[in-house]
Design a protein around this ligand. Structure first.
Ligand SMILES: *Cc1c(COP(=O)(O)O)cnc(C)c1O
Length: 334
């Protein structure tokens, strides 16, 4: 079900909509690492993140008379589902709790999604999404644990290795592991000597902890600069966990300070605005947790949807508050 053929067929499905993002060398990181250090710019996707690949592929395969789709992601997956459904003329109902910030609601509405606000937690939102499936015949589009989603995320590796077949190390930001599973499976099918490393923040790294435990486990969530990497892998995980277990060479965790520093490197050196989630690969390298990776090295800059006022504070060296915790400011000094 999830094979290289499925990845090629996903590539056909997403062509012209969610494919062919640029991959550029970082002059600074190449100098620091002594090898080509490449950035695959998924932040240039129309909805601002790679999740359009998976959502588009899954929604494109639904019958035209389907009643619409639903999901309960408030982040990049919700945006991708809203956009893809609107393009197909289907309704998308994005379920969220009343704690979700207005900016996220507005963003999804602007992409054509309908919003259903229920309860005060993600679990309440999930109950509503499940009800819409059972009672109104909507189709739920999962954010990572679905063959069409994983195959489409794998198209990123197709593009990377088509452009640079000599890539030896791929650094992949990891949450539910749909991206890591698709990229690792595809890269290993195309190249015999590429290593794929999954990277998360050190608090609430669900896939990392599940891999350590040998089965999907629940984790306590903590606020993070890499908010797109939060959330669990699902205790009934069907696909992404087993694929990550089979195909990832290693996982690495990085701290909030290391994420802050890597966001500054990407901004000041490469002039790129990106979410904390995107820079964990750079953070793993810069922090010395991945000494002397085999080159060429490539990482995926997964998205750009973040609070710009928070971002500007962080770039200016100011402290940033995330829920209860504070990430100390540090002025970038090269
Ligand atoms: C969803 C997401 C990830 C992680 O993807 P998974 O498939 O859940 O591991 C990484 N970065 C960004 C910006 C995302 O939106």
């Amino acid at each position: 079900m999830i094979s290289l053929e499925a990845v090629y067929s996903a590539a056909d499905q997403i062509r012209g909509v969610a494919d062919n993002t640029p991959m550029v060398p970082s002059a600074y990181l190449s100098r620091r690492s002594g090898t080509d250090f490449l950035l695959k710019l998924e932040n240039t996707q129309s909805i601002g993140a790679f999740k359009l690949r998976g959502a588009w592929n899954a929604i494109a395969k639904l019958p035209a008379d389907c009643n619409g789709v639903t999901c309960c992601s408030t982040g990049n997956h919700g945006r991708a589902v809203a956009f893809a459904a609107a393009q197909r003329g289907m309704q998308a109902v994005i379920c969220m709790s009343e704690l979700v910030p207005q900016a996220k609601i507005d963003g999804i509405k602007a992409l054509g999604g309908k919003i259903r606000i229920v309860g005060r937690s993600q679990d309440d939102a999930q109950v509503e999404s499940t009800r819409l499936v059972a009672e109104e015949g909507l189709v739920e589009i999962p954010p990572f644990d679905h063959p069409d989603v994983i195959s489409a995320q794998g198209t990123i590796a197709l593009e990377m290795l088509a452009a640079r077949p000599d890539i030896k190390t791929i650094l992949v930001p990891m949450s539910g592991g749909g991206l890591a599973a698709g990229v690792a499976m595809t890269a290993k099918a195309l190249s015999s000597d590429v290593k794929v490393i999954g990277i998360s923040m050190d608090q609430g790294a669900a896939m990392h902890q599940s891999l350590q435990a040998g089965k999907p486990v629940a984790v306590d969530e903590a606020p993070s600069l890499a908010d797109s990497l939060g959330g669990g892998v699902g205790l009934n995980n069907q696909f992404s966990f087993a694929l990550c277990q089979r195909y990832l060479d290693q996982t690495i965790l990085v701290t909030e300070e290391e994420i802050r520093d890597a966001m500054q490197v990407l901004f000041f050196e490469d002039r790129i605005v990106a979410e904390g989630a995107c820079v964990v690969g750079i953070a793993a390298f810069m922090s010395g947790k991945l000494p002397n990776p085999d080159g060429p090295v490539a990482t995926i800059i997964t998205g750009r949807n973040l609070d710009m006022h928070m971002f500007l504070d962080l770039m200016a060296g100011k402290d940033v508050r995330l829920g209860e915790t504070i990430v100390k400011g540090r002025r970038y000094a090269g």
